[in-house]
Each structure stands twice: as C-alpha cells, then as structure tokens.
Design a binder for this molecule. Structure first.
Ligand code: COA
Length: 324
C-alpha cells in the first residue's frame, strides 16, 4: 500500500494590533534598545490588549489557514492546539476554537509543551493522518504569553510577545511530513517555569504569582546544545543531508540561538526564516507565525524541504522535516 503523508495545504496567522517597541520598553523598565537587539535580535513585539485571548488569535489564524487550503471547517476531523496560555482552565482552547469555527463534532484537544507546543501538535497530527484515522487536521500554535510577563523584570519582559499561527494538514500520496522528533526532560523544569496552578495553588502575589521564571544563561546553553543534536537526529530520521534543506524555520526565541543552529547545518542566514525581530518569542505561536510569513511573502515555495524546530519549558524540544 502506498504510504499516506500529511501535507500542509494552507497556513495562516494572527497578531495583536498593539505593538510594543524596545523604545517603548525603555520608558518603564531599566533596559535599552541596544542591549535587547544585541543579545536577542528583538526590535518589537505584539501584545494583546485587555479582553483579547489566545483563542481569539487562534481562531483568526485558523480561519486564514482554512481559507488558504480551501477547506471548510465542517470537513475537519481533528483540531490540535499547542498553548501554555489557554483562555480558561477548561474546556480546552481547541474546543473553544472548534465551536467558533463551526467544526463541532471533530476531535479537539490542547497540547502543553510550552514553546514546542506547535511542533508537538504537528507531530501528533502527522501520526493521526499516517494511521488513516484523520484526513483533514487543523494544527494551531497560539499564545498570549505576555499575560505571564512581569513588566518590572527586565531579564524576562523584553523577550516575549503574543500571536498565533495555524496550518491545515491533509492526507496525501505526495510528501508531506517526512519525519518528526519529539523530546522532553522534566529534570530541567526549574530553569524555565511558572510554578503556580490549580493543583499546587496560586500565591498571594501580584497576578496570583503567574509569571515566567527563567535562568536565561542556562536556558541558552542547553538550547543550543540540544538543538544541535535535534537537527542531526531529524535529518537522520528523514534519510536526508543538510544540503537538501531549502529552509530552516526555527523557534524564534533569540537570534543568537537561531544562528548557532544554522551554523551547525551549514546553512547561510539567507535560508533561515527570522521573525524574532518583529514578533519576539511567542512560544507555541512562533514557528507557525514564521511559517505563514515565509509562505505569504513568497520565500517558501511548493516542493521545497523545510526543517522546523522548537525548544522550550519542560524542557521540551521537537522538530519536523517536511516537503512543503
Ligand atoms: N536590559 C539591560 N540589561 C539586562 C537586561 C535587560 N533587559 N536583562 C539582563 N540584563 C543584564 C543582566 O543583569 C547582566 O548584568 P550584570 O552583568 O551586571 O549582572 C547582563 O545584562 C548580562 O546578563 P546575561 O544573563 O549574561 O546576558 P546574556 O547574554 O545571557 O543574555 C538572555 C540574556 C536572556 C537574552 C539570554 O541568556 C537568552 O536569550 N537566553 C535564552 C532565553 C530563552 O530563549 N528563553 C526562552 C526559551 S524558549
């Protein structure tokens, strides 16, 4: 029997209208545009205003992806949504988005793998399609990460932004996703976390203790090393050489981390999609936002090989190598 591949047939994304530049941040936190740009490559980020939720951006991104694919919401058999900032505790944001789209009845669930959430969701969706269980799947990565940002903490507040991206995956005899690799190591949980919640309890602190705690330098070191190994593993799983890649579409956390991965692959930066300057780190939103930008700007063309990768809290790390 011919193999079934999961093929991306449409992409979409959505960002809050409100833009916060590095110069804006200089007004209320002890930082500088020069420091932020030289350490991270970030120039600005989009920030949700009060009342805007993860589900709002997920819904818009999903609508755009469905339109690009020419697929009706009612045709979907699965929605997988990566997020670490769901609208509410339950139902899942995937269920909220499903209802707004009018896709009622299909399976829908969230995946919490922090910044790796979208690539995890893509890996799961790929398995549903390959197994024959699903034919048309909506995969979303969406966040309002700034809801967890302490704007007085300069070590973290300059790094994050909000937004969402989505893809429609369809079963096809043409490739398709060749390989996905998903990993986690909970032993690193304390380097990047938000240790409050329903079961542990919230704190008598501003925002109930909901804020990102991060050891930036350690995260940086582990991320570079882990991503090096991940891209090697992914190429091997797909039976490919780095020279066969057309584009690297990395998680957009820090330009220096992205450059290190590109160097490892021997890829010039002209073959790397960079949106961290405009979006900052949107966690699970970052890879699909970058992918949609790459498609709509005409950079990525049908038939090209793309390597997607992400790294985040958990730690989690994940990749997908696919023909677009
Ligand atoms: N503005 C100005 N100065 C700042 C600052 C800011 N926003 N944030 C930190 N600093 C200061 C520090 O206090 C420190 O001062 P000191 O030397 O007097 O102690 C100095 O800048 C250098 O800090 P350091 O932590 O060594 O900087 P760095 O080069 O490691 O860059 C990060 C910091 C956070 C940008 C970098 O470590 C990083 O990107 N890590 C990965 C984070 C990440 O990607 N997380 C998400 C993963 S999904």
């Amino acid at each position: 029997m011919a193999p079934i591949y999961a093929r991306i047939t449409g992409t979409g994304s959505a960002l809050p209208e409100r833009v916060l530049t590095n110069a804006d941040l200089e007004q209320f936190v002890d930082t500088s545009d020069e420091w932020i740009q030289s350490r991270t490559g970030i120039r600005q980020r989009h920030v949700a205003v009060e009342g805007q939720t993860t589900g709002d951006f997920a819904f818009l991104a999903a609508q755009r992806a469905l339109e690009a694919a020419g697929v009706k919401a009612s045709e979907l058999d699965l929605i997988v949504l990566g997020t670490t900032t769901p609208d509410i505790i339950f139902p899942s944001t995937a269920c909220l988005v499903q209802h707004r789209l009018g896709a009622n009845g299909c399976a829908a669930f969230d995946v919490n793998a922090a910044c790796s959430g979208f690539v995890y969701a893509l890996g799961i969706a790929d398995k549903f399609i390959r197994s024959g269980q699903s034919k048309k799947v909506l995969v979303i990565g969406a966040e309002t990460l700034t809801r967890m940002v302490d704007w007085s903490e300069r070590e973290t507040c300059v790094l994050f932004g909000d937004g969402a991206g989505a893809v429609v995956l369809e079963a096809s005899s043409e490739p398709g996703i060749y390989a996905t690799c998903l990993h986690a190591d909970g032993g690193y949980k304390e380097l990047l976390w938000n240790p409050v919640g329903v079961s542990v309890g919230f704190r008598d602190e501003p925002n109930h203790g909901v804020r990102i705690n991060m050891s930036g330098r350690e995260v940086f070191k582990v991320a570079v090393k882990t991503l090096d190994a991940l891209v090697e593993e992914t190429l091997k799983a797909a039976g490919m050489e780095a020279s066969q890649l057309d584009w690297l579409i990395p998680h957009q956390a820090n330009l220096r981390i992205i450059e290190a991965t590109a160097k490892r692959l021997n890829m010039p930066m002209e073959q790397v999609i960079v949106t961290v300057d405009k979006h900052a780190n949107t966690s699970a939103g970052s890879v699909p936002l970058a992918l949609d930008y790459a498609v709509r700007s005409g950079k990525v063309q049908r038939g090209q090989n793309l390597l997607l990768e992400a790294f985040g809290g958990g730690f989690t790390w994940a990749s997908a190598l696919l023909r677009y």
